[in-house]
Design a protein around this ligand. Structure first.
Ligand code: ATP
Ligand code: MG
Length: 446
């Protein structure tokens, strides 16, 4: 993309309404604009990051054997009356009446709708296990929407639902989700810690939240610092292997890690040596639940088991806050000049800065870099504006592309361009072809 043809409305001043750094930087970098309280338009740069996160979530869900689909945002109130949640959910649910006077709602979550789809089509235990998921906009009429996309009213969420014949099999689905979530966050460059949590209006007894440590987070957490050393890395995972998934859950849930809702000070002190005891603020980026037959019983979602009996299915639901993650990533990765995207989620892989727009050698070198990077799949953003170098650097730093290639007449005389890492600030002079090859290696496997 050429910057002169793109839509990147960056702001020079800090917007007064933004209280936390991610909100400030998303507005300044031209990623989002508020449409109304807690509701945002995703401008091209923000939309690209959102899509990149969505793709990672999809890839890891499909890898775990979960099946993508798409349910609507608007739902009929009837299903929610069946489960009893139409009254229970309260003010957070946006209720709508259509022209025929029918009660509708903008879905805050989808347990009822998916259970209805399931019960109308699945009859036998032979069709289980089954896990369906979608990534769709949700609406919760939060009393205090704030911090930009972190606590919006309309937000983008991956929600998945498992249907299993018995508790053991549903617990395997729970463990499988935990492992797939760990992988998902790791691929985004984030450390998200699973913590014992409270189940809230979804209900159920087995539940973990995934939290990213950040001073601006809304949750208070207590944990054993040993958990920070755990990493899945590139270990081979067989999602059908119950023992392996259970062992990984065990590994990540043995060190003490709880939110304030479930925190037990005596246990914390008993279990964790003082030098490893930590408490901090954190951002909830996902949650998994096992809730057994809480929805399948009232909604009569049963299957015939191998003895010919009708039994309610065991279910769980599993959510990732995709739009909140954009903010959480910025909270985790920024400096005073702007965002520092991890390579796996960056909106463009590399920026090209032409130090002397209009100089024929510089223009020609930039054009050929632009063409070759594009052909190599290393999507560049070429700053081809008639601007001074300082302003171009400031824009690149603000929008946080992991790599920058700087092209100027002086370097070109020696046959080199400069490759700079946004993260470390370190630069290296290379021949243009070598800079492309280096980026190819860096992005390989991302
Ligand atoms: P919270 O406690 O932050 O209100 P929740 O526990 O009600 O969230 P879940 O039902 O667990 O939310 O939804 C799954 C994920 O969706 C959350 O982990 C979070 O990342 C994201 N999410 C929930 N509410 C919002 C919101 N208002 N804005 C943005 N993302 C949200
Ligand atoms: Mg939650």
């Amino acid at each position: 993309m050429r910057l002169t043809r793109y839509f990147l409305p960056v702001l020079k001043e800090n917007p007064a309404e933004a209280q936390i750094v991610s909100h400030r930087l998303m507005l300044r970098a031209g990623m989002i604009r508020q449409a109304s309280a807690g509701i945002y338009s995703w401008l091209p740069l923000g939309f690209k990051v959102l899509r990149n996160l969505e793709n990672i979530v999809h890839e890891e869900q499909v890898r775990a054997g979960h099946i993508p689909m798409l349910m609507p945002t608007l739902q009929s109130a009837d299903l929610w009356r069946e489960s009893g949640r139409y009254d229970d959910y309260g003010e957070e649910m946006l209720r709508i009446t259509d022209r025929h006077g029918r009660d509708m709602l903008y879905g805050p979550t989808n347990e009822e709708l998916i259970t209805d789809i399931f019960r109308n089509s699945v009859r036998s235990y032979k069709d289980l296990p089954l896990t369906l998921y979608h990534i769709q906009w949700k609406f919760r009429d939060e009393i205090r929407p704030r911090f930009g996309v972190m606590r919006g009213r309309e937000f983008y969420m991956k929600d998945g639902y498992n249907f299993d014949i018995d508790r053991d099999s549903a617990i395997h689905a729970y463990n499988r989700h935990m492992v797939s979530y760990l992988r998902t966050y790791e691929r985004m460059g984030l450390k998200a810690i699973p913590m014992r949590a409270d189940s809230g209006p979804i209900g159920g007894d087995d539940t973990h939240e995934f939290l990213v440590l950040a001073d601006t987070g809304e949750s208070e957490v207590f944990y054993d610092s040993a958990i920070l050393d755990l990493k899945l890395g590139d270990r081979a995972i067989d999602y059908d292997d119950r023992a392996q998934c259970a062992a990984i859950r065990e590994e990540w849930t043995t060190p003490y890690a709880r939110t304030d809702e479930t925190h037990d000070e005596a246990l914390f002190h008993g279990q964790v040596p003082e030098e490893r005891r930590r408490s901090s603020r954190a951002i909830e980026v996902g949650q998994i639940f096992y809730f057994g037959t809480k929805y399948s019983e009232p909604m009569k979602a049963t299957v015939v088991n191998d003895k010919g009996e009708h039994v309610p299915v065991h279910m769980g639901s599993h959510g990732i806050g995709v739009s909140r993650l954009v903010g959480a990533l910025i909270e985790a990765f920024h400096d005073d000049r702007g965002i520092i995207w991890p390579e796996s989620v960056a909106p463009f892989k590399v920026g090209i800065v032409n130090l002397k727009q209009g100089d024929s050698a510089a223009d020609t070198a930039c054009e050929s870099l632009y063409r070759e990077l594009t052909a190599a799949g290393l999507e560049p953003l070429y700053d081809d504006r008639e601007e001074r170098a300082g302003a171009k650097f400031a824009t690149m730093d603000l929008i946080g592309l992991p790599w920058r290639i700087t092209v100027g007449p002086r370097g070109l005389k020696a046959g080199v361009v400069e490759l700079t890492s946004r993260k470390t600030g370190e630069s290296e002079e290379l021949k243009p072809a070598d800079a492309i090859a280096r980026l190819g290696e860096i992005y390989l496997g991302q």
